[in-house]
Design a protein around this ligand. Sequence first.
Ligand code: PEP
Ligand code: MN
Length: 334
Amino acid sequence: MIVILKQTAQQEQIDRLKHFLTNLGLRIDESKGDHSTILGIVGDTTRVDADLVASLDAVEAVQRVQEPYKKANRKFHPENTVVDCGGVPVGGGMFQIIAGPCSVETEEQIVTVARAVKEAGATLLRGGAFKPRTSPYAFQGLHGDGLRLLKLAKQETGLPIVTEIMDTSHLDLFDDVDVIQVGARNMQNFELLKVLGRTNKPILLKRGLANTVQEWLMSAEYIMAGGNDQVILCERGIRTYETATRNTLDLSSVPVLKEKTHLPIIIDPSHATGVARLVKPMAMAATASGADGLMIEVHNDPRHALCDGAQSLTPDEFADVVRRVKAVRAVVEA
Ligand code: PEP
Ligand code: MN
């Protein structure tokens, strides 16, 4: 349920209304916009007499929200959310590019790639230290040492870091990480989401391998219900019957999400296509779709990458993509 307040509402009337609602065991999520203030009411609102609330002095209108996600719902929070990622704002009309290797391999690799992507225009550095691999025999990441090397690359370049968490027991290792990524395979790891909801870190929540937009928003809701509203959604393609690409990039999720939620959305054309030469056209298409940014895999030596080499761009290819994306962006903004 949302309660839209009158612009003329007095603070005393608003306080009385809030008191009335919290006494019913409900939680209030207040969103102050330029033109109106909205109280998002979370909890079992079936006990609330909407007509009674609508008749109160401070209230302009009351609407029942049908969607099961509340805090992530644009009806609760009409203004776009801007997530501060170590000083880099994501969302709200800004456009950010997260780039870096699939996994951190060596100091030389991560520092070389970090310098190159920064030079080309990336604003955040990615790199996996804990890797969710299909095979237990594949490279699993450098774990704590990978996080140490990411920090080093951050010191060298000033780029905030984005890296994936797979288990709540590793959380202490993520103290210096700017954005914690939840990978596609963990999108519905609800215990992980609940723990991340109690942190104050921005969370990049990837879309699950075969999840609907609504399920994805419910996962965002898990994080937000715990008190952490700094969630960024990341579309990375979904599994369909098509096999020409690693996944099918659902770009229609961007305008759909823009209607349904105030959270920023980033597109990852690397995991979506699985093929380096498809990254550029899909990065341009993603930019035109109105996304808030991109996440792109870049490796200094893709052919010898320990993970996802086939979809990784060289630094030169990445620089070319950034140039094309900026050209598209200029048109989209015009
Ligand atoms: C990744 O970003 O390296 C990754 C594993 O992505 P996804 O969870 O989208 O497969
Ligand atoms: Mn990868």
